[in-house]
Design a protein around this ligand. Structure first.
Ligand code: CAA
Ligand code: NAD
Length: 297
């Protein structure tokens, strides 16, 4: 990790997927003066993303300029001026230096997306995936520019969490790796370097803990609320495991574990979890759908 201010030659960035993560990444990049195009297949999602970004920006700007509401308003405005929302994928990657993919955590969906944009984006454009758990190498098998491809793994909520895991595959070039690190620093993140292993550093340690908490609930050891209180007050975590799983998204949490179970069928901590599968099947995806382990309506 080095200083949070750094130069980067990447000026225009396209973020694909305007959900929890895509909107957060778009916001932070725009706050740091990058021209950002945020793309989603779903127009309702784009509208929701606009609102979420505005709300979050007001919180950030108010904190940055405590005693100067005019300056705070100017920060919000200049950030929003850097942002464009679009549902036209082809057009959005035609003049961009970096594409960050933040769509659903499914290998085939990500591969389809990258294979499409590989034929449309300029030659120099770098591709990155924000995958939580899938091997970056597997996602990249469908593209030709594998030397210009790596992982940029952000954390939720992106405007607050300082870490960025930069993932290089065996084929990521030194130049691409350097550019990804420099770009991460230029948007104020502390970057760590990680090999392309499932879950990288944080999720490989964090997600099994979420799974173990759900299994603990299934065994009747304690209620979800009490397990959350225990981990907050007994281990100093900012959120308990059920609050955090709801915050990450129960679908995303399930897809992460499913993907690892496929790769490592004999590792018990990656086994499917009945309660998690049931909630997702019922459309209870956590905060984003209004209900998960807790009710947010
Ligand atoms: N945008 C802007 N500001 C935000 C924000 C957002 N989305 N969310 C929170 N904030 C700000 C609040 O305005 C508040 O600011 P002040 O200090 O000025 O009041 C500050 O952050 C703290 O927020 P709250 O008081 O609302 O609540 P909190 O103290 O519980 O903090 C939290 C919220 C930062 C999210 C904290 O609960 C936390 O750190 N939780 C754990 C998050 C975590 O572990 N994330 C990683 C998940 S794993 C992942 O992301 C990887 C993956 O691949 C799945
Ligand atoms: P989300 O469900 O909030 O958003 C995903 C968005 O992608 C949806 O809006 C959907 O409409 C869109 N989408 C799906 N297919 C698309 C396509 N082909 N083209 C354009 N848009 C498409 O999910 P999220 O939580 O933002 O997660 C996105 C990615 O980031 C996943 O890979 C996830 O594992 C990863 N991630 C999530 C978290 C987290 O805490 N939620 C943290 C780090 C990384």
């Amino acid at each position: 990790a080095t200083s949070s201010t750094a130069m980067s030659s990447i000026k225009v960035v396209t973020i694909v997927g305007a959900g929890i993560m895509g909107s957060g990444i778009a916001q932070v990049a725009a706050q740091h003066g990058k021209k950002v195009i945020l793309v989603d297949v779903n127009k309702d999602v784009l509208q929701k993303a606009t609102k979420n970004i505005e709300n979050s920006l007001h919180r950030v700007a108010k904190k940055l300029h405590k005693d100067d509401p005019a300056k705070a308003e100017q920060t919000v405005k200049s950030t929003l001026d850097n942002l464009t929302f679009s549902s036209d994928l082809h057009d959005s990657v035609k003049k961009t230096d970096l594409v960050i993919e933040a769509i659903v955590e499914r290998l085939n969906a990500k591969q389809t997306l990258f294979s499409t944009i590989d034929s449309v984006a300029p030659k120099h454009t770098i591709f990155a995936t924000n995958t939580s758990s899938l091997p970056v190498t597997d996602i990249g098998t469908v593209i030709n520019r594998r030397d210009r491809f790596g992982g940029l793994h952000f954390f939720n909520p992106v405007p607050i969490m300082k870490l960025l895991e930069v993932v290089r595959t065996d084929e990521t070039s030194d130049e691409t790796y350097k550019q990804l690190m420099a770009w991460g620093r230029s948007i104020g993140k502390t970057c760590i370097t990680c090999k392309d292993t499932p879950g990288f550093v944080v999720n490989r340690l964090l997600v099994p803990q979420l799974g173990e908490a759900i299994r603990m609930l299934e065994r009747g050891v304690a209620s979800a609320r009490d397990i959350d209180i225990a981990m907050k007050l007994g281990a100093g975590h900012p959120m308990g495991p059920f609050e955090l799983a709801d915050y990450v998204g129960l679908d995303t949490t399930k897809y992460i574990l499913d993907g690892w179970h496929q790769i490592y069928p004999n590792v018990e901590i990656f086994d499917p979890i009945e309660t998690l599968n049931k909630l997702v099947a019922q459309g209870k995806l956590g905060v984003k759908s209004g209900e998960g382990f807790y009710n947010y309506k």
